[in-house]
Design a protein around this ligand. Structure first.
Ligand SMILES: Nc1ncnc2c1ncn2[C@@H]1O[C@H](COP(=O)(O)OP(=O)(O)OP(=O)(O)O)[C@@H](O)[C@H]1O
Length: 601
């Protein structure tokens, strides 16, 4: 039986935190009585015993309130320590040492469990076990030999929870179950019941299997007996088979002999049949020969033999000639093929030549039409009715060439004249322009002079008016001066001169306008000529292109149509071929349609 010997407390509830405050309580046998006034610390000692043995804190303390209040100690961090010395169930001395700390925070406390150590003395040596709380608590339970519920609810039951025997049925049962460890017995009983059920089930299954196995055993016995019977039958059958096989062998040999003989007989039979049919054929041939024979040879066999040999030689000779004739025929056939090819080439050539001839005829027709129109244009006689003879054409050509040469010369002459005229006109325009400029300048100078004279006149008139009322002599003198000035100024002459100059200027303007119009006409002619040259060049290029295209496609067209077609013919041919293609497509579509239909079905 285990026994508590001693306990020291430091820093728990009212117990102080300094070394001098450390309290050591020794427990006596058989009884220790704690006596003291209220608040002396009796409950605290029981709480320490409970905590040291089971690791359970007092109710409502939540750890922090179990440690000495840091405020009372005027410290921020307080450490508590409980050390218990006891004798375990084996009579060995064991010490358990548990410590904790409580730190004051701004608004609350933080509690921590610190070191938990169990120390034993084994063979004079101290052995310490420092581990997690759970394992330590289990070690303590086994060392004390008392269950945790007994420690908590019976031995160290807190005074606040001491009325649990008066609590309601369910809670009371739970407490008693935990104290007497009834729960595990109930679990064990339940497990045993489950096991029994399982085992009963297994037994039932085994019994059923046993029945099946018994049946199988009986069947196996029967089968074994049957097998023995069958084996005996098999043995006897094997004997009889051996016996029959030994009898079969000579029979087979005989059968093979018979087969061989039958084959020979059949072969002989077929030979006989073939000979018979041959005989029949020969007889028929003989009969036919006799029927067709005009005269029967009357000589001896030797003579017949000679005749026959002669006949054979003749036949051979004829065969040789036949072979020669066949070879000749083959050669002729090859020659015929070659000639056919040549013929085809010639036909193509003929088509080409025909095409050329057609073209040539067309060209001749065009030429005659052009000759006709040109001759009527040139007022030539004798070219009204085509076709024209070569001599006629030669004359026509010569005449046209001469006319062309003449026209060219005339043209160049006219052109040179026009150029000369143009130069002269340009020169006269330049001269007139210079003259006009000079006259304009003179008119301006005269105008200036006229303005000055008029100004002088106005000044003199003003002086005269100013001098009115002056002496008569002065007046006469001034009058005289005025007249001389008027005479000197000669205004009327100047006016006439100005009018004449203006007329001359108007004439020159008209001449200049006329010359400008002429220049414009000449320019239009030059532009038209340039455009004509360009169009001629363009036409030549186009004709060259047409010729190249024709030569490129000539062979294809000739091979397709047999001759080179004109535009109309080519268009008709293309239209006919397109129509043919579309008809073929329609027919193909019609042909495919029933096929698809038949595929669907
Ligand atoms: N955390 C604490 N820090 C400091 N002192 C505390 C703390 N908790 C409780 N106390 C003090 O411990 C004392 C309580 O001790 P305890 O309840 O053990 O005394 P008691 O002898 O069992 O009293 P009663 O006979 O009334 O049950 C009180 O004086 C209380 O003020």
């Amino acid at each position: 039986m285990s026994k508590i010997d001693k306990m020291s407390i430091l820093g728990v509830r009212s117990f102080g935190i300094e070394d001098k405050d450390k309290q050591v309580i020794s427990f006596f046998t058989p009884l220790t009585v704690l006596v003291g006034p209220n608040g002396a610390g009796k409950t605290t000692i029981i709480e320490c015993l409970k905590y040291a043995t089971s690791g359970e804190f007092p109710p409502g303390s939540k750890g922090g309130a179990f440690v000495h209040d840091p405020k009372d100690a005027h410290e921020t961090d307080v450490r508590a320590q409980i050390r218990l010395l006891f004798t375990d169930v084996n009579g060995e001395k064991v010490t358990i040492h548990r410590s904790m700390s409580c730190t004051q925070k701004a608004k609350n406390y933080s509690f921590k469990s610190l070191e938990q150590v169990i120390t034993r003395v084994k063979d004079g040596e101290r052995v310490s076990l420092s581990s997690k709380c759970g394992e330590l608590d289990r070690e303590m339970i086994s060392a004390l030999g008392v269950s945790k519920p007994v420690l908590n609810h019976v031995i160290f039951c807190h005074q606040e929870e001491s009325n649990w025997p008066l609590s309601e049925g369910k809670a009371l049962k739970e407490k008693f179950d935990s104290i007497f460890a009834a729960t595990k017995y109930i679990k064990a009983l339940e497990t045993m019941r489950q096991l029994r059920l399982t085992q009963n089930q297994t037994v039932k299954e085994c019994q059923v299997e046993l029945r099946y196995l018994k049946q199988n055993k009986e069947k196996a016995q029967q089968i074994r007996e049957t097998v023995a019977t069958k084996e005996a039958q098999l043995m006897s059958s094997k004997d009889s088979v051996q016996r029959i096989e030994s009898q079969i062998e000579p029979l087979e040999n005989r059968l093979m002999d018979i087969d061989t003989k039958l084959g020979k007989v059949m072969k002989l039979d077929s030979d006989i049949k073939a000979l018979e049919s041959r005989k029949k054929q020969m007889e028929e041939d003989n009969r036919e020969l006799e029927e067709t024979m005009e005269q029967v040879f009357q000589g001896s066999d030797q003579q017949l033999q000679e005749v026959y040999q002669n006949h054979q030689r003749t036949v051979k000779e004829k065969e040789r000639r036949l072979t020669d004739c066949q070879k000749e025929m083959e050669r002729a056939g090859r020659e015929c093929q070659r000639l056919n090819r040549v013929k085809a080439d010639l036909l193509v050539e003929q088509g080409r030549l025909q095409l050329e001839a057609d073209r040539h005829t067309q060209n001749i027709r065009n030429r005659d039409a052009q000759v006709r129109s040109l001759s009527s244009f040139l007022d030539m006689e004798g070219y009204d009715r085509p076709p024209f003879a070569a001599l006629q054409l030669e004359n026509f050509h010569r005449f046209v060439s001469q006319r062309l040469q003449q026209e060219k010369e005339t043209n160049s002459q006219v052109l040179a004249d026009l150029l000369e005229k143009e130069q002269q006109k340009q020169q006269s325009i330049d001269e007139i322009r210079d003259k006009k400029t000079g006259l304009e300048r003179t008119v301006e100078l005269k105008r200036d002079l006229q303005g000055k004279k008029q100004q002088e006149l106005r000044n003199i008139r003003a002086d005269l008016q100013r001098l009115e009322g002056s002496s008569n002599t002065d007046h006469v003198v001034q009058e005289h001066e005025l007249q001389s000035a008027v005479q000197n100024s000669n205004v009327e002459e100047l006016k006439v001169e100005v009018i004449e100059l203006q007329k001359e200027k108007a004439e020159l303007d008209r001449a200049q306008r006329r010359l400008d119009q002429e220049m414009e006409t000449l320019n239009t002619h030059t532009t038209a000529r340039t455009q004509m040259e360009m169009l001629k060049k363009d036409k030549t290029e186009k004709e060259e292109q047409v010729r190249k295209i024709k030569s490129r496609h000539s062979e294809d067209l000739v091979s397709l149509l047999g001759h080179f077609p004109n535009k109309r013919e080519l268009e008709d041919w293309i239209y006919a071929k397109s129509k043919e293609i579309s008809n073929t497509r329609d027919r193909l579509a019609k042909f495919n349609r029933p096929n698809r239909h038949s595929q669907l079905f």
